[in-house]
Design a protein around this ligand. Structure first.
Ligand code: C2E
Ligand code: CA
Ligand code: CA
Ligand code: CA
Length: 286
């Protein structure tokens, strides 16, 4: 029986409807977008905090949509995860990124690039669960000719919370081959710090929320204490600490003083085309 309000499927929020329609449209367009080559990658440099020299770059995927323009990954990665397209899309991102790192290394050998040229690639939980992960990664590295030690795979802390051995095994295999594994968005997932020992990770990527606390004058005292604690724990476990979202020199100064190893953020460079890293690395060298 219908209430006096009429059709219960009638929404009160037209904006929510519009968002749902867009989401649906994007989801159905995803598979053809990959075939049509609508995705592209921007690279954001990671620098050593001590001297500002380029350490490597993180690959960040974008979708150049024919009518919506350039879409950020937050708009489509969740949809790709939901539909399973993340597996072929992730494989494409890995291949492009590995090729780019290899190209940088060739320039390095030719003396037109000042390297080093390490590449960080994000992995979704769905990719982690995909049985082909290790074989696909090894295949791409071998075919393109990039050393496993030049690749770092970023996995979010939340994807590994409560992870059992089955989930950790592929990461362990990759780590044993020399691939670095970074724990992304670290500090947001409330994971048990003692658990870190169990994970095959070699890098902690401190979430941007900590970096934001370093912006205030004076810096947030609690954030300082927490970062101090994390850095000391990480270093005692022989893990490197990367900080993301560094937007100002003030933040960089605090984070350097606290002993963080590498940094990434708009203060150094926004994500951009591969040529940008080229220019940065050469500027370093002079
Ligand atoms: P993330 O891995 O935490 O990447 C860092 C995000 O912070 C990027 O957003 C980057 O552009 C942004 N960022 C960098 N420096 C600054 C800064 O100084 N200030 C601020 N406010 N932001 C900064 P982006 O490119 O929009 O990517 C968002 C997320 O999408 C990434 O977060 C990552 O989780 C996901 N993602 C991106 N590319 C891929 C991919 O190829 N595969 C998968 N599975 N996920 C991806
Ligand atoms: Ca990341
Ligand atoms: Ca991150
Ligand atoms: Ca993040």
């Amino acid at each position: 029986a219908k209430s006096a309000g009429g059709n219960r499927f009638e929404h009160a929020d037209p904006e929510a409807d519009a968002r749902a329609i867009t989401r649906h449209g994007l989801t159905t367009a995803l598979p053809t977008a990959l075939e049509r080559g609508e995705f592209f990658i921007e690279y954001q440099p990671l620098v050593h905090l001590a001297d500002g020299k380029v350490h490597g770059a993180e690959a960040l995927v974008r979708w150049s949509h024919p009518t919506h323009g350039v879409l950020s990954p937050d708009r489509f990665i969740p949809l790709a995860e939901h539909t399973g397209l993340i597996v072929p899309l992730g494989r494409w991102v890995l291949e492009q990124s590995v090729r780019q790192a290899r190209a940088w290394q060739e320039e390095l050998a030719a003396g037109t690039f000042a390297g080093p040229v390490r590449i960080n690639v994000n992995l979704s939980p769905a990719q982690l669960h995909h049985p082909g992960l290790v074989a696909d990664t090894v295949e791409v590295l071998e075919r393109v000719g990039l050393a496993p030690g030049s690749l770092c795979l970023e996995v979010t802390e939340s994807a590994l919370i409560g992870a059992d051995e089955d989930l950790l095994k592929p990461l362990r295999q990759l780590a044993e081959m020399g691939v670095d594994i970074a724990l992304d968005d670290f500090g947001t997932g409330y994971s048990n710090l003692a658990n870190l020992r169990r994970l095959p990770v070699s890098v902690l990527k401190l979430d941007r929320s900590f970096t934001q606390g370093m912006q205030q004058h004076p810096a947030d005292a609690v954030d300082i204490k927490i970062v101090e604690g994390i850095v000391s724990l990480a270093h005692s476990l022989e893990l490197a600490v990367t900080v993301e979202g560094v937007e100002t020199g003030t933040q960089a100064d605090h984070l350097r003083r606290l002993g963080c190893d590498t940094a990434q953020g708009w203060y150094y460079a926004r994500p951009g085309p591969p040529e940008m890293l080229h220019t940065l690395s050469l500027a370093d060298a002079v």
